[in-house]
Design a protein around this ligand. Sequence first.
Ligand SMILES: [Fe+2]
Length: 371
Amino acid sequence: MKSIRVSALVPGMIVARDVFDPTGLLMLNEGTVLTTELITKLDFWGLDEVVIEEPSPSLKEQQEIAITPQIKAAHERAIDLTGSLMSNPEIRDGDALILKGMVGDIESQIQLNSNVLLNLCHIKTHDNYLYSHSVNVSIVAMIIGRGLRLDDNTLKNLGLSALLHDFGMTKIDKAIYDQDQKLTAEERIRIERHPVYGYELLCNAEDFSEDVLLGIKQHHERFNGSGYPDGLSGEEISLFGRIIAVADVYDACLSLRKHRPRMTPYETLKNLLGESRLFDIKILKALVTSMAIYPIGSFVRLNTGEIAKVIGINHGFPFRPDIRIYLDRNHQKLEKPIRINLSDGDYTQTYIQETLDYEESERMYVLFGDQ
Ligand SMILES: [Fe+2]
């Protein structure tokens, strides 16, 4: 964390220490994502400085590269493999080994570049939500775990637990959890048993350690005790259970479901931090400080409708990289691309709305990939 002058604050920064007004009243909680309105208020109250979160050292060390077709294909393969294993609710001899190998591969990719993997989670193209969600939660959980400096073996077990967190859903009729209508009380009770079903199914397999099993059983428990199946609170919930809870909601918010639209990464994070009593704040912080939302080379749409490529990351401003705009709001090619730094005070009203999907990105790569 570091102190920043109020005049240098930009939307998207995260408050690392509670902020009090000159009379001693609490103005902003630790974990608040700054908006233009909040910054104006801080200025109005005459505050000089605010302590904000800095990205974790692991993020700074990363080499910044774009999603390559190979990484994309590996992600798709992981989803297919998870799907083929989860389409049968019996774990067979050797399955655990295959899953552990796959989680190990994902972990190595995260060591190399977690930005790229995280961005894969932001681009939603896969039809089968349950399987792609499982892989994405595994990725996000391991990124959080790395931010918390868990050792290699613990990280792999965490990734495995996260990959299988919804395994119990295989015992529930797809028509129930995939429907448009509101669930009946009976259906809700059945769905809320899925953490226990998963735990029981995998207990029998004897290949999974207790922390892996507890992560599965406790991923819907909430820090304030409002979750299920056991209504545990605080550190009664295992570390894996607390991490997977955050990773699960993070990926679910980014996904388009029948009953609600998808959120942007920025909205997702704001939503999670706004619900901070439900989650372990240490874990939310590890998520926020471990990510660069938009890797270099990715194409994005701005709130102005313009299309741009990310060309530089500004550490401390995960949502506000350097970009080069190629298409105007009417999708007409600019005669000369415009480079702007979104963390610059002149651009506080401009922000990234979304990452382009695979097809749009590929078209952009053909036109502007090497510029
Ligand atoms: Fe679940």
